[in-house]
Design a protein around this ligand. Sequence first.
Ligand SMILES: Cc1cc2nc3c(=O)[nH]c(=O)nc-3n(C[C@H](O)[C@H](O)[C@H](O)COP(=O)(O)OP(=O)(O)OC[C@H]3O[C@@H](n4cnc5c(N)ncnc54)[C@H](O)[C@@H]3O)c2cc1C
Length: 382
Amino acid sequence: MGSGRRRVNVDVLVVGAGLAGLHTATLLARRGHDVLLTERRPRLDGAIRTTGIFVRRTLDDFELPADCLGPPIRRVVLYPPNRRRPVTLVSERDEYRVGDMGPLYVDAARTATDAGVRVLLGTRYEGRGRSSFLLTGPDGPIRVRARFVVGADGARSRVARDLALDRNQHLLAGAEEVFAIGASDRPPTFHCVIDPAIAPGYLAWVVDDGRHAHVGVAGYADRFPHGMRRALTRFSAAAPGLDGVERTDGGEVERRGGPIPVGGVLRRISCVDGLLVGDAAGAVSPLTAGGLDPCLRLSEHAAAVLDDALSSGRPDALAHYDGATLRAHFRGRLALRHGLAHVRSPVVAAAAFAVLRTSPGQAAARRILFGDASFPNRPVSS
Ligand SMILES: Cc1cc2nc3c(=O)[nH]c(=O)nc-3n(C[C@H](O)[C@H](O)[C@H](O)COP(=O)(O)OP(=O)(O)OC[C@H]3O[C@@H](n4cnc5c(N)ncnc54)[C@H](O)[C@@H]3O)c2cc1C
């Protein structure tokens, strides 16, 4: 699109170039549809909001560029608030790999462009007019007429609001520091600390894959006793697993953070004018807060439904994109989230560790951390 042109007609306008928007846009373009993807960030390798831990099922089922993935992690260490007698779980399989997210987003955008998607960076979706959507880019406003709009614009989706769809109400806030570390013979490890004083309602983590360390906290924003930033500083000063680890790259630290929807998939995620994917749709595991696998899987479903609607000319095809049906798969995880949200004192967290030290407790933890459960590929139709 030339800089002077201010009106565009497309089949689908996708708002947000996170993994959900990039994947949905690529799949639609590969099916021959005219897709415009708009992203407010001027570059995709900046302002990253995720640790980037990919679970085994995602690595098995989706093609991610191998050179953008860190070494496999099999070892998880769980710590109680006093950090004493941690529980170590080791899987026989490679369970996690941490994405080098900047290059990974850039690679996904290249794949989208190769498929025919027009990608506009530094271009914000402003809202919906009578017959078009308004964007503001570096060269001024752009009016887009689209048959459908896809809200891939994250946990606080503006598109969801404009389409009068459901919106995330139940959110955690997360923040982390990332830095390069020197190689050593430490096994790559995911350290998780359950301590309501540092991470109220969720956990604090150190992911050390031998190349980078991610040190983070997440929890209910209004329950951090002295705010999330202070909690991160405190945790980072005595983060487990990093004793004697050498920081490289001049000790440069990247800071990441953002909201995490944990209320489960929203019920109303489509209407005749469009639909929601990824965090905008609440597609995040309520228990683990993992959203990368769900956003890829839900994007596949979204692209199939939109393709059907565009090919048949029947916008009511979008009614098959139903969050209420998907939610049913998450009843168990929503109940466990409810339980985790109620761990409000170190005493309760320590009591949970007494259970974790038993064989049934460890078996349950292994099922959550190393199990095969994931977001359904396609919702069961109601
Ligand atoms: C600190 C933190 C750590 C996490 N770690 C993990 C993890 O290790 N593993 C895991 O599975 N999940 C993790 N998650 C969750 C996971 O990152 C998200 O579920 C996933 O990235 C969601 O992808 P998305 O494409 O839906 O949204 P996003 O990646 O948030 O993308 C939304 C995009 O929309 C753009 N946008 C928003 N509004 C507009 C607008 N008006 N106009 C144009 N563009 C707009 C944003 O700039 C953004 O690029 C983490 C989340 C947080 C906050």
